[in-house]
Design a protein. Structure first.
Length: 440
């Protein structure tokens, strides 16, 4: 599974849009073919699991034959093998990344996911259950935003051609979803210009809207020169996660570490959030889930920069590909905390000037325009290079993604739509817009 999770999304939206034309008629056959293959794959996996369980049971029986059956005390006898297994369950955390998800039913969600994948030129033999399930989660996660945005629009105008009145209503809906003034103005101007040139049917109007939304999301990504954010080989990569308390920063770091491990990168975590109670313990749990080493200091008032210093030394000595740094939740009004963040960056620059450094701001989608303000405030102190948006599944303000791209001009790198360890993925503008504007 090397690089699978971090590379399969490596497609420019312009390429995706070009590929999407002319594929609709084949999508149902594509979906059926993919479903049958995945169903067979799942069945084979389950049969292998049953076989492994049976083999383990046979081995346990051989050990149990050695138990003294003549014991007359009437107590329950426990074999050494059973004791060992119980200890493992208590002491060794379950690595949830190794638990494969089941394939759901062949339903509307599956066929929609298949259409989105097929539109990107992906062959049915190359997809996985994880990819299908992720798209289903993304669509479901954006449901609240979609109901406030798309459903209103489609219910009012159905299949009617696009009119200036529709565009006016679209303005209100975009602003209500926290898309921001800049993105809204750009979209409306493009639509009005197009309407002056041609009559747009409902489907044409929706297609044009999707294209404009993708352009807004893609612009900062293209400007960065990095289509897909992944660690560079042959150099130490340091990813700092910053953000205010409560946005899911530590959880996001844990999920990113798991994604990196599954994609074949050696990984280390630095617990540099020494201000929040239990932050180290929370990170330790996430590190254990993915068998990742952790550099931490649990003493009160530990110096975050000193922890980063030690972590860089450890990463270099072990030839680690990717070092994650968890930082304290900082309110932009707390200058001392912002200064601490600058101090961490100074340590990185001095100790590892050759490192490939990324600074990712974690934003809670439900905070809407407040998230945009956070991005602007953090931009200078944290030298931000990208954004990870969390909690999309609990918000009707998913439009903030467009505000981040158009006003903060920051590339969105990851999105999270659930609590599971696999419920965070690299951002794909085409899939995001398709999920946001799904008709059903």
């Amino acid at each position: 599974m090397i690089d699978e999770d971090l590379s399969y999304l490596n497609k420019n939206s312009s390429e995706q849009n070009a590929q999407s034309e002319g594929k609709a008629e084949d999508s149902l056959d594509w979906a059926k073919e993919a479903y049958e293959r995945l169903k067979k794959q799942q069945q084979e996996r389950k049969e292998k699991e049953v076989e492994n369980i049976a083999n383990n049971s046979s081995a346990n029986l051989e050990v149990s034959d050695k138990v003294d059956i003549n014991n007359q005390r009437g107590t329950h006898l426990t074999t050494d093998t059973q004791v060992l297994n119980e200890n493992k369950l208590e002491q060794v955390p379950i690595d949830s990344s190794s638990i494969e998800e089941d394939l759901g039913d062949f339903n509307q969600t599956f066929t929609w996911s298949a259409e989105v994948l097929a539109a990107q030129g992906i062959k049915s033999k190359d997809i996985s259950i994880d990819e299908i399930n992720w798209l289903g989660k993304l669509k479901q996660g954006l449901e609240k935003t979609r109901k406030e945005f798309v459903t209103d629009l489609l219910d009012k105008y159905g299949d009617d051609p696009l009119t200036p009145e529709v565009v006016d209503d679209l303005e209100m809906l975009l602003l209500r979803s926290d898309a921001g003034v800049a993105a809204t103005d750009e979209i409306l101007e493009a639509l009005r210009t197009r309407l002056n040139e041609d009559v747009l049917g409902a489907d044409q109007g929706l297609k044009f809207l999707k294209e404009k939304l993708c352009e807004i999301l893609e612009l900062p990504i293209k400007s960065s020169g990095i289509n897909l954010l992944s660690p560079k080989k042959g150099v130490l990569n340091i990813w700092l996660l910053v953000g205010v308390n409560g946005v899911g920063k530590t959880t996001t770091l844990g999920k990113l570490a798991n994604l990196a491990v599954r994609s074949g990168f050696s990984t280390l975590i630095a617990a540099a959030d020494t201000f929040r109670a239990a932050a180290v313990e929370q990170l330790r749990i996430w590190a254990q889930r993915s068998s990742v080493s952790l550099v931490a200091n649990e003493s009160s008032n530990a110096d975050p920069a000193a922890i980063v210093f030690d972590a860089i030394g450890a990463a270099k000595s072990k030839n680690i590909d990717l070092l994650f740094v968890d930082t304290a939740g900082r309110l932009q009004t707390k200058n001392n905390l912002m200064e601490e963040l600058k101090k961490i960056r100074k340590v990185i620059d001095q100790l590892s000037p050759e490192a490939n450094v990324e600074s990712l701001l974690v934003l809670d989608a439900s905070q809407g325009q407040n998230g945009l303000k956070q991005a602007m405030a953090f931009a200078q102190a944290a030298q931000l290079t990208g954004v990870a948006i969390t909690k999309l599944d609990g918000s009707s303000r998913g439009g903030v993604a467009f505000a981040i791209a158009s006003e903060a001009k920051l590339p969105i790198r990851f999105v999270g739509v659930g609590e599971g360890i696999k419920d965070l993925r690299p951002f794909n503008s085409f899939e995001f817009v398709e999920a946001l504007l799904a008709k059903k």
